[in-house]
Design a protein around this ligand. Structure first.
Ligand SMILES: [Zn+2]
Length: 295
């Protein structure tokens, strides 16, 4: 694609199984590539670092369906590299991508929580083959792709491989998860995370949606979320993550939740605490944390 030739394509990635890849946007976000006999599906487009489309085209030459788990800044950043993308209508008005300055700040913060673990600023060593000044761009000169609506119950036929869409509002109003019915994998976006942000839907709505996902458990062998920072690249989330989140929401609705100070999962504090909700606003169960957005 014109204008992307100089961008990095050297994303770390693993082939989880035949025809299924997790593409790591340098610890910032995870994208998943699913290849069927006739079509391929890309789940999410990251913060917008590098030439994602070029990297995908090195793996597959099948016609590509680009879907987004939700509209957040770190999942739609490279949408403009593609001609058409799918997203739930409740999230379609989020900027695609978000402002360059905000994406740069978030990229540094998210990278810090991995690279900061070596005890140094994230950019002290060149651990990853990208340069934030070169590879994170403002694509204002590129057209917004055609946007198509994802909806609950929708199914994509990739050719011998079927992926179904389930709404799961909470992290955002338009959050969805993708069930690969053929390969028995659930791609959860940010609907299920070790450090989960909720509050974009009433807790009882999120609880019912997550319980429905749990009810599908005999149809998938693992859950892969949209960030690998609390799991190994390519490996599914630990089995108790979804259960812990459900238990936390049940505690909230039963009035027995005791909120705690949320640990910082960022290299530096981010202004997540918008709105009037008093702090702290975090709940813990096992290794899982759920933090609620302000209203
Ligand atoms: Zn998100």
């Amino acid at each position: 694609m014109a204008g992307t030739g100089a961008l990095t394509k050297l994303y770390p990635m693993v082939q989880i199984k035949k025809g299924t890849w997790e593409i790591d946007e340098f610890d910032v976000a995870s994208m998943f590539l699913l290849e069927g006999a006739e079509r391929a599906m890309l789940i999410d487009t990251g913060m917008g670092i590098g030439d994602l489309r070029g990297a995908v085209e090195m793996i597959t030459d099948k016609p590509l369906i680009v879907v987004h788990s939700h509209g957040h800044i770190d999942h739609t950043g490279n949408a403009r590299q593609f001609d058409e993308v799918w997203i739930h209508p409740a999230d379609r008005n989020m900027p695609m991508p978000d402002a360059l300055e905000r994406r740069r700040r978030d990229t540094e913060c998210i990278a810090q929580r991995q690279k900061g673990s070596i005890g140094a600023p994230y950019n002290l060593f060149n651990l990853y083959p990208y340069d934030i000044d070169t590879d994170l761009r403002d694509p204002a000169d590129r057209p917004v792709p055609a946007i198509r609506d994802l909806y609950d119950g929708q199914r994509f036929d990739l050719g011998g491989r079927t992926v179904a869409v389930y709404e799961c509002p909470g992290h955002t109003a338009g959050e969805v998860v993708f069930l690969d019915e053929t390969e028995r994998m659930l791609f959860a976006g940010d609907a299920v995370n070790f450090n989960l942000l909720l509050g974009a839907a009433p807790p009882e709505v999120t609880l019912e949606a997550l319980k429905r996902i749990r009810g599908l458990a005999d149809r998938y062998d693992g859950i892969w979320n949209g960030h690998h920072d609390f799991r190994a690249l390519g490996a599914p989330l630990d089995g108790d993550c979804l259960e812990n989140i459900i238990a936390i929401l049940e505690d909230v609705l039963a009035g027995r939740a005791s909120f705690c100070e949320c640990p910082s999962f960022w290299g530096q504090p981010l202004p997540l605490r918008r709105g009037p909700r008093p702090q702290p606003n975090c709940l813990r169960r096992g290794r899982n944390f759920v933090q609620f957005y302000g209203d």
